[in-house]
Each structure stands twice: as structure tokens, then as C-alpha cells.
Ligand binder design. Structure first.
Ligand code: HEM
Length: 457
């Protein structure tokens, strides 16, 4: 009885202590909000949730896309969400988008430096020293005028890795795409034999890469001790990439156009934390391209009339399906613009949920002043569902891309899948080429039947 009683009083005491702590936190939180509101009286409506510091992190984390849309309907086009100690201010209309991409009061590097440090262990100092130079190098090397340096080798790689898939079977479409795209693109950008892409080595590499990609979002914000498996995969990848870098340095040719993208990266970095930047480049080159290829094929195959049109166009260029694989050149890609429309339409529908900038000076949007320190957020996913730019926005309609001047590399108004401004995605032209090529080759090589309905995005 005494033991029970002693435990009881202990529980009561600790409950009281917890109560006091929560009460104090709540008071501090309320005080913070009052002081903040006084300093920035015109700041946008703010969703703070009930738990101090955590704010709306749980609701936001559970279903971020729905959360953004519900908040827009409830609070209007500009609103702030407090989550895990961060203030994220969302802009959901044109004026906000323009400022997001062009204002001098917001900054890309400030927004990504912390996530870069968490995900690739790149120090702040190294990041500010190397970021602009690496971005500009990638942008130049992957510019439309340089794509011919990649296209032939990429087609050979796709052909080789498509052969490993066999002639028929039932498999997850996303796995099929990854098994071809991952090794082909790594060999193409990093150099053949530089990264592990043999059939056996690839499995282990893919597993670690998948884990790294899956929890990338958490890894970019949380300390590694909370993500043991993610951290193991990250360390594994970094140790492999150390050897990759050594190999690439050893085999570097003198002629600029014979160097791989990785060798150009190493030259730009001049020995500064190369494996870490390499990890980011590897991730950036796969993280969006693999799902976009999956969605392009899935949308095409699940729309019979689109599938038929796509196959008619492909036969008109390459003839009827045969046993032999096709060699896809840049000229073929120009001839098959319908497939490119399908890909752009898939990208429109499955674009990134949010991209970020850091507000570095008070920023006026509509009648609000967004305070410095806030993360400014915009959602390409929702921007692409604006009927003003994309009538019947939820429908997969490749023909809407007829109006875009793709020959001049101009997308449709309102299309922001690759971000914008000074640090817009430098890999976008390469991405479109590789996805275009692989989708054509897969459609030509196989007859697809979807066994399950399309998954929810
Ligand atoms: C469909 C595929 C892709 C999509 C939708 C996509 C989208 C994006 C977006 C939204 C950003 C952020 C831009 C901003 O905030 O303004 C970005 C950055 C970046 N992307 Fe892509 N991307 C794709 C493919 C690729 C590929 C294939 C590569 C490389 C070969 C690549 C390399 C990069 C890099 C290096 C950055 C960071 C730029 C920097 O830090 O300055 N991306 N991408």
C-alpha cells in the first residue's frame, strides 16, 4: 500500500511539474505573439496551432498539400504557418510569385543553406564559397546548346539497361523506371564505371539512395540522431562517393568537352568537400526525374486516347514496334513533341509541393509586411491548379502545351515547376531530354497495361 501511495504522490508531483512547464511555455508563446504583432502589426494572418513552438507542425506534416489549400481558403492568399519553431509565409497569387522570384528582399542561399548542411554535411562557410560557382557551372554544362554532348551516350545507356528488364512481366512501374534511369543517368553524368552501376552493386546503392531520398525532407530539418537509418544511408553514400571522386580525378581528360559533369564539378570545387557536393548533385539529378518519368508513363497509359496518339506518333517516326531497340536522337525528340507535351503535363500535375526563399528585409506583399526571418514559400503544385492559366486544371490534357513556344524553350505562363529567378533549376533542359528519351524508348519497347488505378499524388 505504501509503495502504491508513494508512486501516486510521485505521479501527482510530476504531473504538476509538467503542468507548470506547459503553462510557462504557453505564457511565453502568447507573449511572443503579442510582442511580434506589435513589431509587425501588418504581418499576414498567422496559424499558430495550440502547442507552443510546435505550432501547427502536426497538422501541417500530416497532409501539407491539403493544409496549404485549406489555409488559403480560410485566411486568404497570404498567410503564415508556425511549425516546429519556424515561420513559413505562403504566397499563393501572382504578385507574391513575382516577388518570390525577383525581389532583392528574399534570398535563395539563406533558405537552403541549413538543409544543405543537414543533408550533405556541407558547412556554411563551404556553401557560401562554392554555391554560386557550382550552380553556374551546372547551368552552363546542361544548357540546351550542350545537350548534344550527352544525348548519344544517354541513349546507349538506356538501351543497355532496358535490356536487363527482360521481355515481359509484372512489376511496379516506379521500380522499372528507377532500374533503368538510375544507372543510365549516373553513368552518363558521372562517367561509366565511376559509380557502382553493375547489376549486383546497384541493388545496394539503390537501397541506400532510396532511403536517403525517402527521408530527405526530415533529414533536411532534424538532427541525425532522430533518423538513424537515414543517417546510415547518408554515410554509406558519402563513403562510396569518396572513392567515386578519387576515380574521377584519376581519369580526368584534358579536353573540356570530354570531361564528365562530375569532373567539371570537381574542377569547380577545387578539392573542397567534393563527395558531399557529389551527393547533392546525385540526389538533384534523380529525385524529381524518376517520379516524373513514372507519372508521365502512368498518365499516358491510363488515358487510352493519349496512349494511342503517342503510339501513332512513335510509329510514324520509328515504324511499328519491333524486337530491336530504337536509337533516339535529338532530331527524333523534336519530331515527337506530342510526347514532350505529355511529360510537361505530367510535370505540371505532380510538381514540388513547395519551394522556399528566406525573407532578409521586410517584404511588402498586398497589404501585408512579411517580417525578415520568415521563410517565404510558394507551391508549384497549387500554382499549376489555377484555372486562369490552366483551364480544367485537374485534367491531364497534353494538347494545352501546343500554345507553348517549346522550340524557343518557353513554357506556358504560370508554369513554375523548375522554380525561377537567379537559382532556377539548372538541370531542367537535361531533365526534359532524358525523360523524353526514356519515355519514348519504354513506350516503343513494351505494351503497358496498368493493373492498379493511378495512385493519389
Ligand atoms: C523534372 C525534373 C526536375 C524538376 C521538376 C526539378 C525542379 C527543381 C526545382 C523546383 C528546384 C529549385 C529551384 C528554385 O527554388 O527556384 C531545383 C533545383 C535544382 N535542380 Fe532541379 N529539377 C528537375 C531535374 C533536375 C535534374 C535532372 C538535375 C541535374 C542533372 C537538377 C539539378 C538541380 C540542382 C543542382 C538544383 C539546385 C540549384 C542551386 O542550388 O542553385 N534538377 N530543381
Amino acid at each position: 500500500v505504501r509503495v502504491t501511495s508513494a508512486q501516486g504522490s510521485g505521479t501527482t508531483k510530476s504531473t504538476m511539474e509538467l503542468g507548470i512547464i506547459l503553462f510557462t511555455l504557453a505564457l511565453l508563446f502568447v507573449a511572443y505573439i503579442i510582442i511580434f504583432q506589435k513589431r509587425y502589426p501588418n504581418s499576414p494572418p498567422c496559424i499558430t496551432g495550440w502547442i507552443p513552438w510546435f505550432g501547427a507542425a502536426f497538422q501541417f506534416g500530416k497532409a501539407p498539400l491539403e493544409f496549404i489549400e485549406d489555409a488559403r481558403v480560410k485566411y486568404g492568399p497570404v498567410f503564415t504557418v508556425v511549425a516546429a519553431g519556424n515561420r513559413m509565409t505562403f504566397v499563393t497569387e501572382e504578385e507574391g510569385f513575382n516577388l518570390f522570384f525577383t525581389s532583392k528582399d528574399v534570398d535563395f542561399q539563406e533558405a537552403v543553406q541549413d538543409p544543405v548542411q543537414h543533408t550533405a554535411s556541407i558547412s556554411k562557410e563551404s556553401f557560401y564559397k562554392n554555391h554560386t560557382a557550382t550552380h553556374d557551372m551546372l547551368k552552363g554544362r546542361l544548357a540546351p546548346s550542350n545537350l548534344h554532348l550527352f544525348s548519344e551516350g544517354l541513349c546507349q545507356e538506356f538501351t543497355e539497361h532496358l535490356q536487363y528488364l527482360g521481355e515481359k512481366g509484372t512489376e511496379e512501374l516506379s521500380d522499372l523506371v528507377r532500374h533503368v534511369m538510375y544507372p543510365a543517368v549516373v553513368n552518363n553524368l558521372f562517367g561509366k564505371g565511376i559509380c557502382p552501376t553493375s547489376k549486383d552493386a546497384i541493388k545496394e546503392f539503390e537501397e541506400h539512395f532510396l532511403k536517403f531520398d525517402e527521408d530527405f525532407e526530415y533529414g533536411s530539418q532534424l538532427p541525425e540522431i532522430f533518423l538513424t537509418n537515414w543517417s546510415k544511408s547518408k554515410q554509406w553514400l558519402l563513403s562510396v562517393l569518396e572513392k567515386v571522386v578519387e576515380n574521377a580525378e584519376r581519369t580526368k581528360p584534358s579536353d573540356n568537352n570530354s570531361k564528365t559533369l562530375l569532373q567539371h564539378l570537381l574542377e569547380t570545387l577545387n578539392g573542397n568537400g567534393a563527395p558531399n557536393y557529389c551527393l547533392l548533385m546525385l540526389w538533384a539529378s534523380q529525385a524529381n526525374a524518376v517520379p516524373v518519368t513514372f507519372w508521365s508513363l502512368a498518365f499516358i497509359v491510363s488515358h487510352p486516347s493519349v496512349y494511342k496518339t503517342a503510339m501513332d506518333k512513335i510509329s510514324s517516326v520509328f515504324g511499328k514496334k519491333g524486337k530491336d531497340s530504337v536509337k533516339v536522337s535529338e532530331t527524333h525528340l523534336h519530331q515527337l513533341c506530342y510526347i514532350k507535351w505529355c511529360i510537361l503535363e505530367a510535370i505540371r500535375l505532380c510538381s514540388p509541393g513547395a519551394i522556399a526563399r528566406k525573407v532578409i528585409r521586410p517584404l511588402k506583399v498586398q497589404n501585408y509586411i512579411i517580417p525578415p526571418g520568415d521563410m517565404l514559400m510558394m507551391s508549384p503544385f497549387w500554382a499549376h491548379r489555377n484555372p486562369k492559366y490552366f483551364p480544367e486544371p485537374e485534367q491531364f490534357i497534353p494538347e494545352r502545351w501546343r500554345k507553348a513556344d517549346l522550340e524557343k524553350n518557353v513554357f506556358l505562363d504560370g508554369f513554375v515547376a523548375f522554380g525561377g529567378g537567379r537559382y532556377q533549376c539548372p538541370g531542367r533542359w537535361f531533365a526534359l531530354m532524358e525523360i523524353h528519351m526514356l519515355v519514348i524508348m519504354m513506350l516503343y519497347s513494351y505494351e503497358f497495361t496498368l493493373l492498379d488505378p493511378l495512385p493519389k499524388q
